[in-house]
Ligand binder design. Structure first.
Ligand SMILES: [Zn+2]
Length: 321
């Protein structure tokens, strides 16, 4: 029994340390649909389930493609101190200054979002329905990742400060416990983003600034809590697992003044606004009248392959067996 429990915990920690966690990613894309104007809703509403389900494809792809990993984060502290002025915000200039290999090594999420936005804008111009929904789902993932403070820090799982597991704690455990019950996702309308690169960098810099609080507040709270109250055995999908206790999770969330809810709301607004911006920049095509409505065989095979590799990747993490 003990062995099984430990396996489960390792599995959870590993799976969840990629990004927001599957739960939050799915919700961010789903809630973003409701911020869109009616002209876009005609396409996005019928695909709402697809957009939620495929919000996590980029994380699944990390098992398949080596280059995928750096698209989800930036270890921005590698470039000095906030606001990291030595790092040029434009890709060409950053690569010129630090070399492409080095920039890729420390993460490229701010720039990858621009690449995905460009792809989505072209998909709208081509009126290619399958491409629009696929790229929308994936763009939503990277935008959401850029809002996670520990995605903008080299201490991404508290490994440098003895806080191993904090990544999944912040982005999975807290929203899973509180989002559906207590959080407000009434956000309003998507807005047009006139300078997407600048917008992205603002959000990334906010993440970088918040990373210190994420770590230091947990450290403080950990000193206040007795070890046996910090973790508890609780049921998760019918399985008993050891995880951060509900009391500890709620206390951490309160001490951070609902930071996770704020970042999730900002993610939802940003995702909807990027989708909207791509559509506007493509000339606002009529979304009732698109071509290439069904996914082709190659795309369907790719979805299957991602799932299979992800399951295999999870399996290989069962290192205790
Ligand atoms: Zn991710």
């Amino acid at each position: 029994m003990k062995r099984i429990v430990i396996c489960m915990i390792l599995l959870l920690v590993y799976t969840k340390s990629f990004s927001w966690g599957f739960y939050a990613h799915r919700r961010i894309n789903t809630y973003a649909v409701f911020l869109l104007p009616p002209e876009m809703m005609v396409l996005y509403k019928p695909y709402i389930e697809f957009l939620g389900e495929h919000a996590v494809d980029p994380d699944k792809r990390r098992y398949a493609i080596l280059e995928e990993g750096p698209r989800h984060y930036i270890d921005i502290d590698h470039y000095g101190k906030y606001p990291f002025d030595s790092l040029p915000r434009k890709w060409e200039e950053a690569v010129k200054q630090y070399s492409e290999d080095s920039v890729k090594k420390y993460g490229i999420v701010p720039w990858w979002i621009q690449t995905m936005l460009y792809g989505l804008t072209n998909a709208f111009k081509e009126k290619d329905q399958a491409k629009i929904v696929k790229l929308s789902a994936e763009l939503g993932h990277y935008i959401a990742d850029a809002h996670v403070p520990l995605h903008a820090s080299s201490n991404h799982n508290g490994q440098l400060t003895g806080q191993h597991g904090i990544h999944g704690f912040w982005e999975s455990r807290i929203p899973e416990l509180l989002a559906d019950k207590d959080w407000d996702f009434f956000i309003g309308k998507a807005g047009y983003i006139s300078n997407p690169l600048h917008f992205t960098w603002q959000r990334v810099l906010e993440s970088a600034l918040a990373a210190d609080s994420v770590l230091s507040i947990e450290k403080k709270l950990s000193n206040l809590f007795q070890a046996d109250r910090k973790f508890s055995f609780e049921s998760r999908n019918g399985i008993i697992v050891r995880q951060y206790s509900s009391a500890y999770t709620i206390a951490y969330n309160n001490m951070m003044n609902n930071m996770v809810e704020r970042r999730m709301r900002q993610s939802i607004y940003a995702v909807a606004s990027f989708w909207y911006t791509a559509w506007v920049n493509a000339g606002q095509p009529d979304l009732k009248n698109l071509s290439n409505k069904a996914f082709n065989d190659t795309e369907l095979i790719e979805f299957e392959k991602l799932n299979a590799l992800w399951k295999k990747g999870q399996h290989s993490q069962k290192i205790c067996e």
